[in-house]
Design a protein around this ligand. Sequence first.
Ligand SMILES: [Zn+2]
Length: 300
Amino acid sequence: MLERKKLDRVLIVGGTHGNEFTGVFLIKKFEQFPHLIRRSSFEAQTLLGNPQAFGASVRYIDQDLNRSFGKQSLQGNVFNYEEQRSKEIAQQFSIAGETPADVIVDLHSTTANMGVTLILDTLDSFRLQLAAYLSSIDPSIKVYYSGNSGRNQDSLRSLSRFGIGIEIGVVPQGVLVAEAFLKTESLVYSILDYLEEYNGKKCPSFSNQLILYRYIETIDYPRNECSEIQAMVHPQLQFRDYKALHPGDPIFLRFDGTEIFYKGTSVVYPVFINEAAYYEKGIAMCITHKEHRKIEVALS
Ligand SMILES: [Zn+2]
C-alpha cells in the first residue's frame, strides 16, 4: 500500500513542445482565470515549457526539451537554449528545487489518432488509481505506459514524484483545435478534483479494472542508405491507433505500390502512428501490448 503523503504543489505545463498549441493556450487561460485550477488543499501552478519554441511555432529551438531532463543533461554544461531551459525548470520545480512539484501534469498533442491519452511512466498505485478513476469517468480515455522507453528519466514530468503526461490527437502541429482544447481542459479539472479528494483522504470511487497499453518497441519507416523514407504508413493503418494489428497485416506502402507487412508473432496495438514529430526520431509508430490490470480500489 502506498503511504499517503499530502500533495502540496501541482504543476500544469503546456508548450513543452512549442508547436503543440492545446497546452499552450490552456496555460494562458489558467493564468488569466486562476480560480479555475485553484483547489483548497494544494497550490496549483502553471508553466509555459518552451516559450521561445512557441514564439517560433516549432517543437524546439535546438533540441527536444522533453528529452533534456536526464541527470547527465541537467548536470552538464549549457550549450543551447533547451539545455538552459531544462536547468531553469529543474531548479524551480524538481524534488530538490525551490518550489518542488509533487505532481506535474504535462499537456501535449499528437498528429496521431490517439484521442485522449494518459501517459504513465511508472506503475505505482497512486498513478494506477488515478488512471482507473479517470477512465471510469470517461471510458474513452486511453492509458499508455511508457515501459522501458526511458521516458521516466528524461522527460519534464520526470522531475516530480508523480509525473503524468497527456496527449490528445488528432491535432495538427501549430493549430489550435477547440475540441482538443475542451477535452484536455476537462481532463485537467478531473485530475485536480481527484488530487483534492486524495489530499482529503477521501476515496473517489472507480472501477478496479484498468486497460493499459504497454510500450514494447518502436518501428521506423523503411529507409535507404541516405535515411530517406522509402514507404508511407499503409492507408489501412493510418489513424488506427490502439486498434489490433495482427501478424501479416499491412503496415507500410512503398511508392511503387507494394506493401510491407507486420512481421511480429502476436497481436499488438500501435500508437503514435505517423506522428509528425517522430520522423526525425526514426519512429513510424510505437508498438504496445494491451494489458488488463486489476487495481486496488482502497486508498491507503
Ligand atoms: Zn509533445
